[in-house]
Design a protein around this ligand. Structure first.
Ligand SMILES: [Zn+2]
Length: 413
């Protein structure tokens, strides 16, 4: 029997149901924020399933939880798969959790099929991917990959002032696992993350498997305009320095400039602040955010240049400035892993398409460490970060079948 044949759809689905009870909301979603009591309960449940199958578990200094199935070569570097078990405050049952449970299902399928791999295969649940309680998100994988410093992350506070270090200690006390000493992070031979798409493309194109080619980069800016406050009733047009009018001109020109034919660039103005915020005073100052995302760094770079040109040419008679607050480079996944995902999907006669990921994932950090890739499965109407998030048992199982075949191939390299 092959690993793919040993994937059991009902078992995988039932595990989602069991996990969804931990932090389950009346509307059918979950509220299982990082390092909460619900997070601890999810860790305990995964650990219990792992022990029942004879897999070993361990954790690291940032609380990432690992489940390990041994290979035949004790010295060989492991291959890894997983995602996260924390959720948004009004999150769904599948975001992150699917990647953890698909990885665990893959381990079980290898076990049930009696497959021996050369390399160990490790399932992982990364700490705090969502970043809704503690910022930044994708924290566990970022620390593992050396992108963020452990001591800085342990000092982060949530909105109530709770220090992450204390929340982590409480969580690990409630959900104990053997601690791997030293700094988080160890060498890997490969990493593959399964995830629901969180967008509508697979469903619209009637494909079961998304062969993820990379994760788009994102840049965030704050644009400010400054004019002069004046009386709304008495000030003639020529005498006005209306900061909001300047912001509007800049915004309109940017919407126009980012209207790309292929609909790939994502451009969002999500927050506007107008000062002094009085109905009968000409605004003297505004600030607004711009969030831009695209798989190509060159495209992002070009649009940043356009933004500077537009701000310089459209602000008059006001003055304007741009502050870039984040710049996350796009991730290109390893061509060999991408090929492997596509080949295995084709072998299993599963319809598939290549696509970049619009959202960030833990894989973006791990891709800096070892050859990495991702597998997407459809979610209903593309809805995610929402309690209504949904996926079908058969699509989830299809993704797990591709995953186990890819992991087996990587683990025998
Ligand atoms: Zn996720």
């Amino acid at each position: 029997m092959s690993g793919a044949n040993a994937i059991r759809e009902e078992r995988l689905w039932q595990r989602h149901i069991d996990m969804a009870r931990l932090g389950g909301t009346p509307k059918g979603g979950v509220n299982r924020q990082a390092l909460s009591a619900e997070d601890a309960a999810a860790r305990n449940l995964l650990a219990a399933w792992a022990r029942a199958r004879g897999f070993s578990i361990f954790t690291d200094a940032i609380g990432n939880l690992f489940v390990r199935r041994e290979g035949s070569d004790a010295k060989a570097l492991p291959v890894m798969s997983g995602s996260h078990m924390d959720s948004q405050p009004t999150g769904g049952r599948f975001d992150g959790m699917y990647g953890v449970l698909a990885a665990f299902e893959a381990l079980e399928a290898l076990e049930d099929a009696g497959v021996t791999t050369k390399r160990p295969v490790v399932a992982v649940a990364w700490t705090n991917e969502e970043g809704s309680r503690f910022q930044p998100g994708a924290m566990g994988s970022a620390v593992f990959a050396g992108h963020n410093r452990l001591d800085e992350m342990l000092a982060v506070k949530d909105w109530d002032g709770v220090v992450l270090k204390d929340a982590l200690a409480t969580t690990l006390k409630a959900a104990p696992a053997p601690l791997r000493e030293g700094k988080p992070g160890f060498a890997l031979d490969g990493y593959v993350e399964a995830h629901i798409e969180q967008g509508p493309r697979l469903e619209n194109e009637r494909k079961t498997i998304g062969v993820v080619t990379g994760i788009q980069g994102s840049r965030r800016y704050i644009v400010t305009t400054e004019g002069e406050e004046a009386h709304a009733g008495t000030t003639p047009r020529a005498a006005r320095k209306d900061a909001f009018a300047a912001a509007m001109r800049i915004a309109a020109a940017m919407y126009e400039a980012t209207n790309d034919e292929g609909d790939t660039l994502r451009f969002t103005i999500g927050r506007v602040d107008v000062q002094p915020g009085s109905p009968n005073t000409v605004p003297g100052k505004t600030s607004f955010t711009i969030d831009m995302r695209h798989p190509s760094n060159d495209v992002l770079e070009a649009h940043e240049k356009t933004l500077h040109e537009i701000v310089a040419s459209r602000a008059a008679p006001c003055s304007a400035g741009i502050e870039r607050v984040t710049n996350v480079a796009p991730t290109d996944f390893d061509p060999r892993v991408i090929d492997l995902v596509r080949t295995k999907a084709n072998d299993l006669k599963l319809s598939n398409m290549d696509m970049p990921s619009g959202a960030g994932h833990d894989a973006m950090h791990i891709a800096r460490l070892c050859p990495s890739g991702m597998i997407f499965v459809p979610c209903e109407r593309g809805v995610s970060h929402n309690e209504a998030e949904n996926a079908t048992p058969s699509d989830l199982a299809a993704g797990a079948r591709v995953l186990v075949e890819v992991l087996e191939a990587l683990a025998n390299r």
